[in-house]
Ligand binder design. Structure first.
Ligand code: G
Ligand code: G
Ligand code: NA
Ligand code: MN
Length: 255
């Protein structure tokens, strides 16, 4: 309840702020995109991460409202980066079950991006695997197909944790698979993680999907991934999620 209260009052008081984490070419560190991650400005001046209010997004009303705020801020930030002539490509936004349940996600995206005059091709919807491959229900997958038919890219977040549902992916493809951070973390001493990452890379290339490795923290992980043929990634090794003005600086320096 305390967590829900924190997000609820932050939304009411306009203290939710989009931060951005670079998605890079692992070999060169060049920025190829960003992921938007929600942060709360606390009254005491501290910034609270989404992990700390994660439970709050299980409240459908708050989750829906959060997405609205993020869409607005993201569209306006992307407009400013395009105006600065930065070679800006893609921005990922996390959406939840609640966004799909309402049935107006497509319209909300179209409206937010049209208001900022940003083409839809710049957006990537990040849907986590549990939501996307939810039990015996294709309504999310069907909505994803419609969004993709409008030119909106879709990424499957935290991929690899529900490996058994791979056949689903053959029927309802996405554009990008984001390898769950747990596999990257365990690359060093867990042979199983290496086998899984190799399998995911092979599946992705056969299904014409791009792969992004999440949670890269060390040079060793980066080198291992590159040697396995993984091109794109994100993680603290490259940059943590940072506020909009710092993102502009990063884009200037590294894109
Ligand atoms: O950035 P952080 O590690 O705090 O994120 C923790 C969790 O919160 C992740 O699962 C992430 O996907 C989620 N999250 C971060 N920002 C958003 C957001 O804007 N919307 C939604 N729905 N989830 C978010
Ligand atoms: O669920 P999702 O994949 O959207 O969550 C991404 C979360 O992972 C973000 O909250 C982000 O802050 C966090 N994150 C990003 N890079 C790293 C990293 O290198 N290590 C760890 N532990 N977390 C990371
Ligand atoms: Na992710
Ligand atoms: Mn994500």
């Amino acid at each position: 309840v305390a967590v829900i209260g924190a997000l609820g009052s932050a939304l009411n008081e306009n203290r939710v702020e989009a931060f951005y984490q670079p998605i890079v070419r692992i070999d060169t560190g060049a920025i190829v995109g960003l992921e938007a991650l929600a942060r709360i400005q606390m009254p005491n001046g501290l910034v609270q991460t989404a992990a700390q209010f994660h439970e709050a997004t299980s409240d459908p009303r708050l989750a829906y409202e959060l997405t609205g705020r993020m869409l607005g801020q993201v569209a306006s930030a992307v407009r400013s980066w395009l105006d600065l002539g930065l070679p800006f490509q893609h921005i990922g936004i996390n959406v939840t079950q609640a966004d799909f349940k309402k049935g107006d996600l497509e319209q909300r995206i179209v409206d937010a991006f049209a208001a900022a005059e940003v083409p839809l091709k710049h957006i990537i919807l990040e849907v986590n695997e549990a939501v996307y491959l939810g039990p015996g229900d294709d309504f999310v997958a069907n909505a994803v197909e419609r969004l993709r038919s409008r030119g909106i890219l879709v990424a499957l977040d935290d991929f690899g944790t529900g490996f058994a549902s791979l056949t689903h992916l053959l029927h309802f493809p996405v554009d990008i698979l984001k390898i769950d951070r747990s596999f990257v973390t365990n690359l060093k001493d867990d042979r199983n993680s290496e086998v899984i990452v190799e399998a995911l890379l092979s599946i992705a290339s056969k299904l014409n999907m791009k792969i992004v490795a999440e949670g890269i923290e060390t040079l060793e992980q980066a080198e291992r991934l590159v040697s396995m043929g993984c091109v794109l990634g994100q993680g603290y090794r490259f940059a943590p999620p940072v506020p909009r003005n710092m993102t502009t600086e990063l884009l200037r320096r590294f894109s």
